[in-house]
Design a protein around this ligand. Structure first.
Ligand code: HGY
Ligand code: MN
Ligand code: MN
Length: 417
């Protein structure tokens, strides 16, 4: 156990999780919705900034809207190579209260521990809330941290448009978070992200802490199929060019490809599907849907992509439809920093917390920041493995354990440099 008097203000962390979780709740919805750069996202950001000011952090907004709260060491000026703790506070639709928010507010809890002890860290500590981690409205996901890591230029990010043609840069200005700090100008010495697992593994193995060693590859595509509208009652099947059927054939193909594969590691999801003209008695002339493919192994992920591409060629031929594919996001698997992973393991052991090493199924900002700094993640269990769902839940004690391990690892990092 580190020899400093820092202690976690657990009640305040849990209180802030509930207060932030209340922002973006709608009557009738169980969960909350704070889609990136919406008014609800602005409300969440404003609350976070208020809490950062309460801790007398130096709050900076960068050009992609990332919110950085800086706890300066004694020395003035921007900290050189600070320790960064980050995640996100934007959500999917009708989301749980913990995804992303837990990691950002645990970062505030670390800063609060220093403040309440009346000590300054030996190096700067930056708490970051990255813009548009979920990628629901603007793709790719993890966009704010991708720009921060230099993987996407600010202009290209600003020029992305959502399904309604709204431009990201305009929305950023509209909600008042078009900052002037150059993304990435504060290069972290190391990056830590505390997150709920969002999957079933820790609970199934009855472990309290996950030490995330790797994060799987992600491939997002949008598929547009153009068929021919026709009358549902007069058009023989053999004369149809049915975009709706073709889309359904794709979704079925993807599931058949992953089930029973050896090993069964590739995951395929179609989360959005739109038919036009979307009328009960008209054969769809157009189908637009997304394909989310994931695998920890880059070679298998590429195989899944190329098998699907080949299927689309055959399908277009067979059904007499035209098919267009746009790539929305493509990130290779990531290996996190072994030294930081070892620190997490030591911290969990010292607290007598059961733990295991694992891969992350979900994408996270850490996978982007790993491009510019040694990075690692700490997981806590998700009840029933549920996430991206209002029933997302982690027990208070589990949340506190994770934040305590984070605080211990921060102090170990501080002591080592
Ligand atoms: O898609 C993901 O895995 C993350 O939640 N953005
Ligand atoms: Mn997340
Ligand atoms: Mn998420």
């Amino acid at each position: 156990m580190p020899s400093t008097e820092l202690s976690l203000d657990a009640p305040q962390l849990l209180r802030q999780l509930r207060e932030l979780g209340a922002i973006g709740q709608r009557p009738g919805d169980e969960g909350r919705t704070r889609i990136a750069l919406s008014d609800d996202d602005r409300a969440g950001r404003d609350q976070l900034v208020r809490w950062m000011h309460d801790l007398e952090l130096d709050v900076r907004i960068d050009q992609i809207g990332n919110v950085l709260g800086i706890l300066h060491p004694d020395r003035g000026g921007l900290p050189q190579r600070p320790l960064m703790i980050g995640s996100h506070i934007d959500t999917v639709r009708n989301a749980g209260a913990l995804d992303g928010c837990y990691g950002v507010l645990a970062g505030l809890a670390v800063a609060r521990a220093y403040r309440q002890a009346g000590v300054s860290p030996t190096r700067g500590i930056v708490v970051a809330a990255f813009t548009n981690e979920e990628g629901v409205r603007f793709q790719p996901d993890m966009m704010g941290s991708l720009v921060y890591a230099g993987g996407m230029c600010v202009q290209a990010a600003h020029d992305t448009v959502d399904g309604d043609g709204e431009r990201l840069g305009d929305e950023l200005a509209r909600i008042g978070y078009a900052g002037d700090m150059v993304p990435g100008s504060l290069v972290p010495h190391e990056y830590l992200e505390l997150h709920i697992e969002q999957g079933p593994l820790l609970e199934a193995r009855d472990r309290q802490i996950g030490i995330v060693e790797t994060l799987q590859g992600i491939s997002w595509q949008q598929v547009t199929i153009h068929g021919v509208a026709n009358h549902a009652g007069t058009t023989p099947t053999r004369l149809r060019h049915d975009a709706g059927y073709a889309a359904a054939a794709c979704i079925a193909f993807l599931r058949e490809q992953v089930v029973g594969a050896e090993p069964e590691t590739t995951l395929a999801t179609t989360g959005t599907l739109r038919l036009e003209p979307n009328v009960i008695n008209v054969i769809p002339s157009k189908a637009t849907f997304t394909v989310d493919l994931r695998d920890p192994d880059e070679r298998r992920l590429r195989m899944a992509e190329s098998r699907f591409a080949d299927f689309l060629v055959r399908l277009a031929e067979r059904e007499g439809v035209r098919i267009k594919v746009d790539s929305l996001a493509r990130f290779e698997p990531v290996v996190f920093d072994a030294g930081l992973a070892a620190r997490i393991e030591t911290a969990a052991s010292r607290r007598g917390l059961s733990h295991m090493r694992m891969t992350s199924g979900a994408g996270h900002d850490a996978q982007m920041i790993a491009r510019i700094a040694p990075s690692a993640m700490i997981f806590v269990p998700s009840r029933g493995g549920i996430s991206h769902n209002p029933r997302e839940h982690t027990d208070d004690q589990q949340l506190v354990h994770g934040a305590q391990v984070l605080l211990d690892v921060v102090q170990a990092c501080m002591a080592s440099t």
